[in-house]
Design a protein around this ligand. Structure first.
Ligand SMILES: [Fe+2]
Ligand SMILES: [Fe+2]
Length: 296
């Protein structure tokens, strides 16, 4: 492949587009450093948690830790597909996306190190967790190495941005806020979760834009995306049920049904936001305000 022209020496940067605005936001808000977070109170609090609370928190941490590593390892094929299409503003944003996932991975490991957790956490990866993070996510993303069709990009983004980030991670943050956060304990962990959640709102916002752009360019893809999300929904249900079945039960008094309910609401919210692309012009899609796609 050779270059026939360059965006910045022909049309210039499209500063009014969502990807460019997300890039600006990421430079301002995504620069936090996990090394600056003070975990000293977390170390004290960790030892004051009940056995059940510690186990429940460790399960969530073990899932986030590997989940952040997985999204760091698996994003590149999507960036390559976007770059190959010459979508410069999207690729510029994606450089911050990958950087942030690397920092999220670092954040959880620094916390675990501070807490003195040295055990192998694989035991917390339940069968459904493995199905999603060991198989479905890497397979969907790596397919883009050989197949960069709109269908393959749509499938990858539905799994990565809508399901893993938009449903599973969002449900995880919710669990932290509903549970641990209400005890007032582990302020370093909660501070990091706050940063992560804000970064993730840009990632999900970009994924929403990407899928809406694909729907606008190829309207039949909408149905394909909805079908894929509906196929994935039972996995979210199973993942949360497996979590509830652990010995830890409901460590912070958050009922398992409420967690499952929240994750199902997220699935429907993702479908609703994609539906809004139907009938829109490509120009309208590029100009979507950040707030409309949930960017904090
Ligand atoms: Fe992340
Ligand atoms: Fe993310």
């Amino acid at each position: 492949m050779v270059h026939e022209s360059f965006a910045t020496t022909t049309r210039g940067l499209r500063q009014d587009t969502l990807p460019y605005r997300l890039f600006q936001k990421a430079k301002k808000l995504g620069g936090w450093d996990p090394n600056d977070i003070d975990f000293s109170q977390d170390i004290v609090d960790w030892n004051s948690l009940t056995e059940v609370q510690r186990a429940g928190t460790l399960r969530l941490l073990a899932q986030f830790q590997a989940g952040e590593e997985a999204v760091t390892l698996d994003l590149l094929p999507l960036i390559m597909a976007i770059a190959k299409e010459g979508r410069l503003e999207e690729e510029m944003f994606l450089t911050t996306f990958l950087f942030e996932e690397a920092k999220h991975t670092e954040f959880f490991r620094l916390l675990l190190n501070a807490l003195g957790v040295t055990e192998d956490l694989t035991q917390y990866h339940s069968p459904t967790y493995r199905k999603i993070f060991y198989e479905i996510l890497p397979e969907s993303m790596n397919r883009l190495l050989t197949d960069q069709s709109p269908e393959a990009i749509a499938d990858a983004s539905v799994v990565y941005n809508m399901f893993v980030e938009g449903v599973l991670a969002e449900t995880g943050y919710w669990s932290f806020y509903e549970g641990l956060h209400k005890t007032g304990k582990m302020p370093g962990l909660m501070k990091g979760i706050g940063y992560l959640k804000r970064d993730e709102s840009r990632h999900i916002g970009y994924g929403t834009f990407l899928l809406q752009r694909l729907i606008c360019e190829h309207p039949p893809l909408f149905e394909r995306m909805v079908n894929r999300l509906q196929q994935l929904a039972p996995l979210s249900l199973a993942l949360n049920q497996e979590g509830a079945q652990g010995n830890e039960g409901s460590p912070f008094g958050v009922p398992a049904e409420a967690v499952i309910q929240f994750s199902m609401t997220q699935i429907h919210a993702r479908i609703d936001v994609l539906k809004r692309a139907l009938g829109k012009s490509i120009d309208e899609i590029y100009r979507i305000p950040e707030a409309v796609v949930g960017v904090e």
